[in-house]
Design a protein around this ligand. Structure first.
Ligand SMILES: NC(=O)c1ccc[n+]([C@@H]2O[C@H](COP(=O)([O-])OP(=O)(O)OC[C@H]3O[C@@H](n4cnc5c(N)ncnc54)[C@H](O)[C@@H]3O)[C@@H](O)[C@H]2O)c1
Ligand SMILES: [Zn+2]
Length: 345
């Protein structure tokens, strides 16, 4: 694992330098220390109903906006509710906006904070495995629009992201799939070391050994931050983080299965395509597919190809008939190829 990682230390900090600001990702920090990182006099918190009920005492006597849960609430309508609350509370540019939640809360909070009055300072307590290893790092904020995911949004870095793995103790079991799938993605596209770690520590990891999960969060944030530091606004290299997602997103919607399961199938298909094109050997591709299976994620599904094709073409990443498709040329290395929809299907 990364030599920078000191397992004995309570906390490890990773920096992301965006165009407009720098973000500190604090892996292993306790969410109870959040206010150490906020210098502003006034803070408004955005969270969702589940977290509000579980971590009730954190919110007591603090202005808090509580969102409904679920992707269907990640909309402009919800942002209006938040802007109205901001007006009621007399929020202005001197305030700090704190998002406490999973990827949905973080994406909406970042969007509202960067658009209200042209931009307020903001930060996150990232509470799901998926948001700790992926969503809360990198400065992409936004909401869904017109039936398309994350169609409206901004690139803007939070001042800090607290990734407190102790919060995962209350995360529902079925949510872990989403996090594991993204961690496996990071390993396949960027780190053969992380790949081996996932193989060698599989049992402890699925048993949610806290130190090992913290290692995984740290490694994922390091890998993602290197990519984002090179390409914040996804002109090139950052597209590699979409590995498994072009088909995965479409499967998620058409088959109505979880994000983690859908991208597990998406990654499998992209690995098979990589082998078919001669980019990676069959044994290497199979090794990666076996890793996906070993985390109890699916690798195949019966699905209507026509519906899938239609959904892929609606996806924002498609340019005419051509799609930037992420393929693997060895474990730990991804390449971008422009393919047309027929080649993919
Ligand atoms: N901005 C990005 O770069 C990026 C990257 C990947 C995904 N995303 C977005 O992230 C979203 C998905 O994130 P998610 O999987 O975290 O979903 P989520 O925010 O809906 O959280 C999943 C569920 O777990 C609950 N929850 C979260 N943390 C909890 C905790 N500690 N204890 C108990 N319950 C908890 C939530 O209330 C919710 O019901 C999607 O909208 C996706 O588009 C964004
Ligand atoms: Zn994803």
């Amino acid at each position: 694992m990364n030599a920078l990682y000191n397992n004995k230390e309570q906390m490890n900090t990773i920096e992301i330098t965006g165009k407009n600001s720098t973000s500190k990702i604090l892996v292993g920090e306790s969410y109870l220390n959040t206010f150490k990182y906020i210098k502003h006099k006034n803070v408004v918190i955005i969270t969702d109903k589940n977290l509000y009920n579980i971590y009730e005492s954190f919110f007591t006597n603090r202005p808090t906006i509580v969102l409904e849960t679920g992707e269907e609430h990640k909309t402009l309508k919800t942002t209006e509710i938040i802007y109205n609350k901001f007006l009621e509370l007399n929020v202005d540019r001197s305030w700090f906006v704190l998002g406490f939640g999973g990827g949905i809360v973080c994406d909406i909070t970042g969007y509202c904070a960067t658009t209200f009055m042209r931009g307020l300072d903001f930060g996150f307590i990232s509470s799901s495995l998926l948001s700790q290893v992926d969503a809360s790092t990198g400065g992409k904020n936004g909401v869904n629009f017109g039936g398309l995911k994350n169609m409206v949004g901004t690139f803007s870095q939070p001042q800090f992201v607290i990734c407190d793995v102790a919060l995962l103790a209350t995360l529902p079991a079925e949510e872990f799939d989403n996090g594991f799938a993204e961690i496996i993605k990071h390993a396949i596209i960027a780190s053969d070391e992380l790949f081996d770690y996932l193989i060698n520590n599989r049992n402890d990891i699925v048993d949610l050994n806290k130190e090992k999960i913290k290692n995984l969060v740290y490694e994922s944030v390091v890998l993602k931050s290197i990519i984002v530091n090179n390409d914040e606004t996804e002109k090139g290299e950052r597209k590699k983080l979409n590995f498994g997602h072009t088909i995965g997103h479409a499967i998620e919607v058409v088959a109505n299965i979880s994000h983690g399961k859908a991208i597990a199938i998406g990654m499998t298909l992209a690995l098979k395509k990589s082998a078919q094109m001669g980019l990676i050997s069959n044994p290497q591709a199979n090794k990666a597919i076996e890793l996906i299976k070993s985390y109890d994620l699916p690798t195949e599904l019966k699905i209507n190809k026509q519906l899938l094709a239609e959904k892929i073409m609606h996806d924002k990443k498609s340019k005419g008939n051509k799609i930037d498709f992420i393929l693997i040329n060895k474990i730990g290395n991804a390449v971008i190829h422009e393919l047309n929809i027929d080649e993919i299907l």
